[in-house]
Design a protein around this ligand. Structure first.
Ligand code: OAD
Length: 260
């Protein structure tokens, strides 16, 4: 992690971002790691090194033990409510604002459910895996804005009485309607695709970078580890999101206003 920063790679990546017509950014759990949210697959600290996805992140798991699944997500919801966006999230919001000012089309696609991109001020976001801050009912997907934690676990939907669940995508479920289509279309149309903090192991998100590369886009990767995308990347920047993204955004040293 303490490798020297590839200044030449940063300069090339900045030039690509500054002269693009359309930019797509794909983020994964790594972009929120420095906010204190564990990733999924890091060998020691990853969520899936301590829990099995099939016990917690499938419809079958919820039907088997809804109270356990609800409680696990309630804990993760409390974590995301406690933490703040880091310099990486803020840098992406700045790249979006600077792109808009120059007429560059900018699309942020995230696999994260923590809502930290919104909190940092990003605007055009496609959340492929939902958002853990939202809750809906199991049977009909009615959105719940308030619920009573003091009674039955999980609480019931005020509209139909079915159980409430997090509004995230579980393994085996469809992505939110339209989200993948928009992300794929933007990826095929962009000329710069920036992949940040994702292992590239979960489909269909993983195929977006490849779709962009096949359509001729330059691919920039930011990750402290190698991934299946690294060999294909036009520029692979080895480092963390909170150190590398501010350099790409020209915002190193920038301190985000409080409350963002
Ligand atoms: P992973 O946990 O699979 O991968 C996280 C990536 O972030 C790894 O490649 C790390 O090397 C990298 N990383 C770690 N710290 C970083 C940092 N500070 N800065 C930049 N990169 C860092 O997470 P995802 O790729 O997001 O799906 O996982 C994809 C999906 O699998 C998740 O959305 C989730 C999970 O199961 C569902 O829950 C449906």
């Amino acid at each position: 992690m303490d490798e020297p920063i590839d200044q030449q790679g940063i300069a090339r990546a900045r030039a690509l971002l500054a002269t693009a017509r359309a930019v797509v950014v794909l983020t994964g759990a790594g972009v929120s790691a420095e906010s204190g949210i564990p990733t999924f697959r890091d060998a020691l600290t990853g969520v899936w090194s301590r829990f099995r996805p099939e016990d917690l992140a499938t419809r079958e798991a919820f039907l088997r033990d809804p109270a356990r699944v609800w409680a696990w997500y309630a804990e993760r919801r409390a974590t995301v409510a406690r933490v703040a966006p880091n310099a990486g999230h803020h840098a992406l919001a700045k790249i979006e604002a600077d792109s808009a000012a120059k007429g560059i089309e900018f699309t942020l696609v995230t696999q994260n459910v923590d809502g930290l991109h919104h909190a940092a001020g990003s605007r055009r976001i496609h959340e492929l895996h939902g958002n853990i801050r939202r809750v809906k009912c199991f049977d009909h997907g009615h959105a719940a804005v308030a619920w009573d934690e003091s009674g039955e676990t999980p609480p019931r939907c005020a509209a139909c009485g079915s159980r409430l669940r997090p509004d995230v995508v579980w393994f085996g479920e469809m992505l939110p309607e339209g989200a993948l289509e928009h992300a794929l279309e933007a990826s095929r149309r962009c000329d710069v695709f920036l992949s940040v903090g994702t292992s590239g192991l979960v489909e269909p998100a993983a195929s977006l970078a490849h779709a962009a590369a096949e359509a001729g886009a330059a691919v920039i990767e930011v990750n402290p580890q190698r991934t299946p995308l690294t060999a294909r990347a036009t520029i692979a920047l080895s480092g963390t999101a909170a150190t590398v993204l501010p350099l790409l955004a020209g915002s190193a040293g920038y301190v985000a206003p409080r409350g963002l």
